[in-house]
Design a protein. Structure first.
Lengths: 112, 114
C-alpha cells in the first residue's frame, strides 16, 4: 500500500513551458486535492475533486488545470509556466468528508 | 472568508523545554480543527479536535480546543531535536458542502537545539 505518490520529485521549467504533475493514490479515496506551499504561507488549495469526473476550483486555480478520469489519478497541468508558480506542490486524498487527509511527498517546481 | 492564524511564526528552544503553539480561527460553520507536523516532506496528521475543552494526547504532544474563544493550542513537553518541524493548523471550509477543503495557517517553524 503506497498511499499517495507524486511524480516528479523535482523539476525545473523555463517560462512558458508546460508540464503535468502526477498524483496517484491506491486507497480508493474519493476526495483528492492539490495544494501549493510557498515559504511562510502555509498551504493554498489549487483544485479539488470529490470523485471521478468531478473537479472544482480552490483558492488559487489560475494558471492550472486538472482532470479526474479515474478514482486513483488526479494530475495537475501547468500550461504556460510562470515564475510565480515556483513552489512545492502537494497532492492529498481522503476517504470521506470527515476523514483525515493523507498527503503525498510533494513536487518541488522551479520556474526560471 | 475563512481564516486560520498561527503564532508564533518561528520558535527556537533547547532540548527539554516545553513549547506552546497557538492557532486562532474564523471559520463559517466550524466542524473541526486539525494539527499537522511537517518535516522535510509531506505534512503528517497529529490531531483532530471537534469538542471544546477535551484534550487530545499523543506521547509528549497534546492539544486542546476552545470553541468559545476560537482558539487551539498544541503543547510539546520535554522537546527533542526530532520535534524540529513546521507545525500546521488547519480547519475545513464549510458552506453547505462536505468537501473538506482545508484552510491552513501559515505554520510555526519549531527548531529544537541539543
Amino acid at each position: 500500500n503506497a498511499g499517495v505518490t507524486q511524480t516528479p520529485k523535482f523539476r525545473i521549467l523555463k517560462i512558458g513551458q508546460s508540464m503535468t504533475l502526477q498524483c496517484t493514490q491506491d486507497m480508493n479515496h474519493n476526495y483528492m486535492y492539490w495544494y501549493r506551499q510557498d515559504p511562510g504561507m502555509g498551504l493554498k488549495l489549487i483544485y479539488y475533486s470529490v470523485g471521478a469526473g468531478i473537479t472544482d476550483k480552490g483558492e488559487v486555480p489560475n494558471g492550472y488545470n486538472v482532470s479526474r478520469s479515474t478514482t486513483e489519478d488526479f494530475p495537475l497541468r501547468l500550461e504556460l509556466a510562470a515564475p510565480s508558480q515556483t513552489s512545492v506542490y502537494f497532492c492529498a486524498s481522503k476517504a470521506g468528508p470527515q476523514e483525515t487527509q493523507y498527503f503525498g511527498p510533494g513536487t518541488r517546481l522551479l520556474v526560471l | 472568508e475563512d481564516k486560520v492564524v498561527q503564532s508564533p511564526l518561528s520558535l527556537v528552544v533547547h532540548e527539554g523545554d516545553t513549547v506552546t503553539l497557538n492557532c486562532s480561527y474564523e471559520v463559517t460553520n466550524f466542524r473541526s480543527l486539525l494539527w499537522y507536523k511537517q518535516e522535510k516532506k509531506a505534512p503528517t496528521f497529529l490531531f483532530m479536535l471537534t469538542s471544546s475543552g477535551i484534550e487530545k494526547k499523543s506521547g509528549r504532544l497534546s492539544s486542546i480546543l476552545d470553541k468559545k474563544e476560537l482558539f487551539s493550542i498544541l503543547n510539546i513537553t520535554a522537546t527533542q531535536t526530532g520535534d524540529s518541524a513546521i507545525y500546521l493548523c488547519a480547519a475545513p471550509n464549510a458552506g453547505g458542502t462536505s468537501y473538506g477543503k482545508l484552510t491552513f495557517g501559515q505554520g510555526t517553524i519549531l527548531t529544537v537545539h541539543p
